[in-house]
Design a binder for this molecule. Sequence first.
Ligand SMILES: Nc1nc2c(c(=O)[nH]1)N[C@H]1C(S)=C(S)[C@@H](COP(=O)(O)O)O[C@H]1N2
Ligand SMILES: [Mo]
Length: 518
Amino acid sequence: MTDALFARVRAALSGLISVAVGLAAGQLVAALRDPATSPVLAVGSAVIDRTPTPLKDWAISHFGTHDKLILLSTVVVGVFILAIVSGLIARRNVIIGAVIQVAMLAVAGYAVLDRPFARWVDLVPTVVAGIVSLLVLFVLLWLDHQPDLRRLVDRKPLQGNAIGASRRYFVVASGAGAATAVVSFVGAKQLTNSRSSVNVHIPQASERAPSLPRGLDASVPGVTPLRTPNTKFYRVDTELTVPTLDASRWSLQIDGDVENPYEISYAELLRRPLVERNITITCVSNEVGGSYAGGATWRGVLTRDLLKEARVKNPDRPDLQVMSTSFNGFTISTPLGALTDGRGAMLAVAMNGEPLPRSHGFPARLVTPGLYGMLGCTKWVTRLTVTTYADKKAYWTERGWTTDGEIKPTARIDVPKSFASVKSGRVMVGGTAWAQRRGVVRVQVSIDDGHWQDATMGPDVNIDYWRQWYFAWNTSKKGTHSVRARVVYGHDQLQTEKRAGVFPNGSSGIEERSFVVH
Ligand SMILES: Nc1nc2c(c(=O)[nH]1)N[C@H]1C(S)=C(S)[C@@H](COP(=O)(O)O)O[C@H]1N2
Ligand SMILES: [Mo]
């Protein structure tokens, strides 16, 4: 490497490492109070909010639940490129290099303050990140510009290899900087994780849900368990970090077009009669065959009772909705009827016998049977406002998604996995099907485009819960085969074959997959 090139590499490294150490310091400071105030996450959230829906769809369909990780990585790569540029420029002109770094943090600061309910103290992590990154930049540049550093340290006259020695100091300092950045990032992550579980006592329900029967998963390997454990439950939301709300400071406000607006605290909520229901919830972004669905026992207070106490004005008006708002201003519109009819929509405080996990909405969330999550499952909810669709538009409504989202009936194949290789003989095909509000009647299977045959069904928990199924296929035909599955629901209705993507009201079509018999 020529000297000139090597000098440029060192300049680039100064920029990169100074920004990395600065951001890591910001991350650590943010983790101490509120992880969402980290400059990196604030920029990431701002980008998410401004991403056009088709691009977001594309990201979800290509990266699935990793979409956020991909997004954050993109932001981080962009930041690192700018950081390298700042280092290269700082080598010629320290002031301009520093100004670039300050400008980057100003953008981050804007993103931090632009969050709903942001306060000035939220800027602290960004300011710390700025100070640390500038300090590290200056130190590294100084080290790099001290050909006679060795003489300074050793008090000896400058020798021929002095430049090499100063570079060694530079390399050591850079290495120390990189290590500090990594340790701080890991520390910040650890700190955030340590606050992810909650320890509160939730009273028993006065109306217990029937306990779940033994599922087919006990006998058919690979079939989704009848109950999804909390730690395995799919998670979809716009948050980049799991919100850590304090139950003792949480309250739910019920207002809007009601005679009796009121507010209820967490303690008051837990003193109310709690009900328990087995409900399968599903995301509108679930592709046919996808994994954004989960079945759990939810415990909470019926929204019907909460809204009854508020006394909705002229409840028979058409176009009425309940706009639910989460702690940071995210909103969901649910048709009023879905929260007040007998289906058992609830403000849930427990999931599968445990307090609601933070990632699933602690202290409280809505669960509405039959509607996609974006229309009835607000997590970290703090407000229910009775209003009309004409008056208020929710987050996803503004982005073009439907307001009328009954979950579409579907059958999913869990085994064999796509292109799995299975032994000839008895091939077990199995999966899950759901048709909330109407109930799964049966699942039918077609192998190699042959006639539709009834699968053996698992326990029927209730119409809002998914149902497992399997089909044992005896074959000696080696090679590639295909299997399709469809659900029959309600009063013997057949699911649609019409293919639809997830936007704007959920996917449909028949799931098909191939596997190899050997
Ligand atoms: N506050 C808040 N609640 C939310 C969302 C969100 O982004 N923010 N996403 C919704 C969507 S799209 C779905 S599918 C469900 C998912 O709930 P889960 O993560 O507990 O599975 O939460 C809903 N509730
Ligand atoms: Mo969703």
